[in-house]
Each structure stands twice: as C-alpha cells, then as structure tokens.
Design a binder for this molecule. Structure first.
Ligand code: ZZB
Length: 260
C-alpha cells in the first residue's frame, strides 16, 4: 500500500504527556510531529481532529538532530528502511507513551481549513496498519464522522474536554448522489449508531470511497473544480514539496509477522 505520511507538528501537549516528557532532556528544543498515514491526501483540507488508539503504544523516534516522529514502532521500522530517518535502517526510539495520554494534544493540520486540531481517541484504530495515527476527516470518512458523534455524545466516558471535538465536518468534495458531506449522509442512510457498528461502517466506507473517487469534484483548495482523481496526486505532490508529507509504503502483512 502506498500511503502518504502527513507530518502534524505538536503545538502543545496534553497535561499527561507534558508531565511525562518533562523528564526527558533529549526532547528539549526538538520539533515533534504526529505522523498520520492516509490514502486520501486530497481530503486533508477537511481535517477536524487526529485519532489515536487509547490502548496502543506510541514511540517517539528521532528523525535527525532536530525532529522527532510519533507513531507505532512497527511503522518506524518500516520508515527506517524507506530512508525516512537520517540513519538508514536504524530506529532510534527516545521514549514510548500510551495513546490515552496523548489525547488532548494540539497539533498542526497541514492544508486544513482548521489549521490546528486536537488528538482524540478512536476505538477502531489498528496497531497493525499505517502509523497508528489517523487523520479525522468526518466529511468523507464514515468511521471518522461516527467516532466524532460518539465523542460528542459521551465526552465524560471518553475522558475528553467537549471543546476538543467541537469542529463540524468541513466540505471537501461534492459527489453526485450525496452532495458535499458524503460520509454523514451515508451514515444516516445505513442507520449507523456507533463506532461499534463495524460491519455497516465497512459497507459505508466502500460506498463513500467509490462515490468520492469516481464521482467526486473538489470544492476547496488549489484544485477546486477538478475531479478527485485528478486532484489526488497533485495535492499529494504539493504537500510533499512543502515538506508537510512524505511517501510511506506498507509491506505485506506476511513479511511483518515473519520477521517479528
Ligand atoms: C484520511 C481519510 C479521509 C481516510 C477519508 C479515509 C477516508 P483502507 O482503505 O481500509 O486501507 N487509517 C489509516 N491507518 C489506520 C489505522 N491504523 N487504523 C484505522 N484506520 C486507519 O483505509 C485507509 C484509511 O484508513 C486511511 O485513509 C485512514 O483514513 C485510515 F475521507 O485518511 B484515511 C471512505 C474513506 N475515506
């Protein structure tokens, strides 16, 4: 899978993380980035949040002398072999932290209408896919939209400040059948009630992917008016040129599990 790794720079840490990181001098003065893996770079205009898995462990990995990436160890190992880190083939982990503690951190959202967004918990984040960090694009991802609704409904249960989930979906592209907010429309159509409705959400994702990719027209950004198919590689190239993203490939599952 050829993903785009989105570099989301930390603006300020959640209280729990700030406390933990205080005791790590080697992080002082470093720029730290959450790295999200996406197959939909053209939707980055519509980020409203970033998701992590509460129970997933995230490593802090030195990229070079001045930058650090936050992602799973598994992703860092892949990155090391793709020339993402200065010392090729080597993973230099500075520390590790539970996803739960990262919740409430504020980060920059490259190309987004909302330039800074909060990190929130999502139940269905897979530790075995991408970087374990997921951008939240509720306009075009049914999982993201439903998770946002769940978080707003039960902020105490999810241990979040309601203000962290306050950005509404931002229209990014228009589809012939559903208009500008395709994911919310399909979530309603399939009567999805919670992020636990994983079967219906998989079906919704399929529908939204197809609608967006084959029928979508951009309604924001430099490629407004272009088809999604045309815009996708161009937005990706722009993000990479601007130093806000990089190519990140995922090997087949079999290879990872064999090498441990
Ligand atoms: C932004 C985005 C916008 C995404 C959208 C999707 C959609 P796939 O096709 O099943 O491989 N993702 C990435 N990593 C993880 C993870 N570790 N756990 C859970 N979800 C993850 O799914 C690839 C997509 O799954 C990625 O692209 C990412 O969300 C998410 F409008 O990034 B996407 C209709 C989907 N729309």
């Amino acid at each position: 899978q050829e993903y785009t790794g989105i570099r989301m720079e930390v603006v300020h840490w959640s209280a729990a993380t700030a406390k933990t990181l205080d005791s790590i001098p080697s992080l002082r003065g470093k720029k730290v980035f959450f790295v999200a893996a996406t197959l939909r770079p053209e939707t980055m205009y519509g980020q409203t949040n970033c998701f992590v898995g509460s129970a997933i462990k995230y490593g802090f990995f030195a990229v070079n002398d001045s930058e650090v990436y936050v992602c799973t160890l598994r992703a860092a190992r892949n990155m090391a072999f793709q020339g993402v880190f200065q010392s090729k083939g080597q993973v230099n982990q500075i520390t590790e932290i539970d996803g739960l503690k990262l919740v409430g951190t504020k980060i920059k959202a490259p190309f987004a209408i909302h330039p800074e967004v909060y990190v929130l918990p999502m139940e269905n984040v897979l530790a075995t896919k991408g970087t374990g960090v997921v951008t939240c694009v509720p306009s075009d991802s049914p999982d993201d939209y439903q998770t946002l609704l769940d978080l707003r409904k039960k902020p105490e249960f999810y241990k979040i400040d309601p203000s962290w989930a306050s950005f509404d979906p931002v229209p990014v592209l228009s589809t012939p059948t559903y208009g500008e907010l395709t994911a919310p429309a399909v979530v309603v159509q399939l009567k999805i009630q919670s992020q636990k409705d994983t079967k219906q959400l998989a079906e919704a994702k399929e529908i939204v992917y197809k609608e967006g990719f084959y029928g979508g027209t951009m309604v924001v950004g430099e490629f407004k008016g272009s088809s999604v198919q045309e815009a996708k590689p161009q937005v990706r190239a722009r993000m990479i040129e601007a130093g806000l993203a990089f190519a990140y490939a995922e090997p087949e599952g079999l290879i990872i599990s064999r090498s441990g």
